[in-house]
Design a protein around this ligand. Structure first.
Ligand code: A4P
Ligand code: MG
Length: 165
């Protein structure tokens, strides 16, 4: 079993519903157990064209899938959320990035680990700190990142650690 951290982002449509869909879909995968879900942050867009604010969160999982397989699951969930890839860093219903996977370092064309831009991005580091406080300095603050007044539910229904009904 491996431990991985995934970043969720949405700035189109019902942003919270898209993040919730991502958490529920990850939990529904029989090879993925959701261990923790961060708070939700409302964040100013970084890069790309002028666009609306994002909601961002991070999910910690345990998984028997290898990194490429986990990325494939993330991309399937993005497609199910009707994500349209129009332009890089453009607005999206749902973005799911793989931040960390154990101590794996990878530089494949389709998968870089750790995520190459995570350390410069408050919208990733603030929620990552919620679920992995040992990784990030407790005193750091980031401009354009604020806690949103909403939370994500954790669905254990279909995960392998689901309590018996
Ligand atoms: N890829 C390589 N490594 C990874 C990885 N570790 N995790 C490849 C996920 N994907 C990885 O991604 C492009 C390609 O990256 C994929 O084909 C995959 O094989 P994409 O999701 O199709 O496109 P993208 O998300 O537009 O590009 P990218 O480079 O992932 O953008 P970022 O860096 O994710 O930035 N501002 C705020 N406030 N909040 C946000 O969430 N997100 C972005 C997107 C920009 N600004 C933002 C936010
Ligand atoms: Mg992405």
């Amino acid at each position: 079993m491996s431990r991985a951290y995934l970043a969720l982002g949405s700035n189109l449509g019902d942003r919270l519903a898209h993040l919730q869909f991502a958490v529920d879909s990850l939990a529904a995968d029989s090879a993925v157990t959701v261990l923790a879900v961060s708070r939700v942050y409302e964040t100013a867009p970084v890069g790309g064209p002028p666009q609306d604010a994002y909601l961002n969160a991070v999910v910690a999982v345990e998984t028997s899938r290898d990194p490429h397989d986990l990325l494939a699951v993330a991309q399937r969930i993005e497609r199910e959320a009707h994500r349209v890839r129009a332009e890089r860093w453009g607005p999206r219903t749902l973005d799911i990035d793989l931040l960390l996977y154990d101590d794996v370092r990878l530089d494949d064309p389709d998968l870089t680990l750790p995520h190459p831009r995570m350390n410069e991005r408050g919208f990733v580091l603030a929620p990552l700190r919620d679920v992995a406080p040992a990784l990030i300095d407790a005193t750091t603050t980031w401009e354009g990142v604020r806690e949103a007044a909403v939370t994500l539910r954790t669905s254990w229904r279909n995960s392998s650690s689901a309590p018996s009904p």
